[in-house]
Design a protein around this ligand. Sequence first.
Ligand code: AMP
Ligand code: MG
Length: 587
Amino acid sequence: MKVFGVTGWKNNGKTGLMERLIAEVRARGFSVSTIKHAHHRFDLDQEGKDSFRHRAAGAKQVLLSSSKRWALMDELQGDNEPELAEHIARLDPVDLVLVEGFKAASHPKIEVHRGNAAREPLIALKDQTVLAVASDRPQELHVPVFDLDDTAAIADFILEYVGLVKSEKSTKAAPLKDDCFALPEGMYWTPVDEALAKLRDTLAPVVDIEVCGLEEALGKIVAADQRAIRSNPPAPNSAVDGYGIQNSGAAGPQSYQLLEGRSAAGAPFAGAVAAGQAVRVLTGAVLPAGVDSVVMQEDVVIEGGTLTFSGPLKMRANTRRAGEDVDAGGIILTKGTRICAPEIAILAATGAHELEVFKPLRVGVLSTGDELIAAGSEATPSQTYDANRPMLLSLAASWGHEAVDLGQAPDDPEAIEAALIAAATKVDVIFTSGGASGGDEDHVGTLLAAKGNLQTWRVAIKPGRPLAMAMWRGVPVFGLPGNPVAAFVCALVFARPSLGMLAGAGWQEPQSFMVPAGFSKKKKAGRREFLRARMTPEGEVEAFASEGSGRISGLSWANGLIDLSEDTTEITKGDLVCFLPFSSFGI
Ligand code: AMP
Ligand code: MG
């Protein structure tokens, strides 16, 4: 059920707002139930009244009935106060449950401020469950602040939040700025970490938000924090096959009268279980009224309608409380999470059938060079099979993006411009490879410098060439090196986290491991190096025999990269080196 709460200090106007909201929400055609938390005695609990006398005499439950309404009161008789989720599970289905109080529960809520309290906001910045404030005076907060008397606006907010009315908020992404790739003046060789920090700070989601059904959600990225629609489990239930009892907690042998009937998953027991009685319960079955603990079937003896076992049994043994996993309204997935099987499971378990996700990022890949020919065609010795395009398309697809093949362009400024103009209308980001390192035929760089806010990033990395970062007609362009080994390393190190930012998934750091080197090597200081590497069965990491960047076979020989820092100058066999398995890059 959809749940929203109203909290705030005593005498701040919670109940007044509840009253107005109940009327407003009903006037809009929705049914409402409420739950109210009381600290001490409450309305029905008036001394001297008949119901009070029944309970004072020791009745476990008292049901008051008249021709207008009925109310069931349950005496906890020393048990813990039930959680909010257990109360919600008791209500009949309704469009919206409004909860007054229960400040510490994790359901979404609006906090009421009135009078003096408005000068001292109550909400802790870290309490993520307070989503708005209703106040009798304006104030600047990190959440929306409504006028306490503007019931219509508060109702709009709540109904949109719980999804009873469609949100009119923008689902359009904001464009990136044209000069977003500019590096600080005067920097010639940029260290890898600084280049990465620049990308992380500059890039933002460029994809719009859409609503998708759970069945199409695999691989998509969550666009807004997702909260549980229903608690899991929704009601207290049994964790084992056994017998439900009211636990006396006593030690030693004890006997119970076994009732007829049972509670099975999906088929609850209709009656109630009194002290001294037991009823059959199966795993996942809702606990019958009166049952607080379950004794395992292996631990009981049943003879002639009497069940015996040897206590003590812990209070609530073998039971799961309502909301033990997740409370209704609690955050189950945060914005930016990529949805895989575990995320599908929690969404389904808590009642989601649709959610807001980012539209897939369309990644276009263009190869440039007169020498290139598509794989599989007849080729002369002077032609090179285009390896980058299929490689980069595969990387983009493995990272969950929509890979768009933009073909190849010759070393001709007009042809490259035509390809980029067409690309800007159908993709969100463009990868080019080749033609960007400043040679005679490097038309990609020349064109982007003239018309695309080119920023040439000289990053202190091997293998690599300068990266051409540009904004072409509002679309970011990553001009990767032509050399396939350099293009691959730059794609893993720079493009993967950048695509994560553009797609809404946030910045992704690859998980690294310190592993003993199975080799020795000398290295120039001042430059970060990534070696094609492979773990041996002995737990060492070895480097590919040739560091030549034309050796494409080394990529497939390897199952990861060794990451050598700028200040490393020598590795001796046995030294610990930083190893990044390809799986850390999502491939
Ligand atoms: P460039 O950056 O255009 O000077 O290219 C550098 C080297 O990479 C040259 O040897 C190119 O032939 C090679 N190269 C460029 N693009 C590709 C590609 N798509 N597939 C394979 N090799 C390429
Ligand atoms: Mg070229």
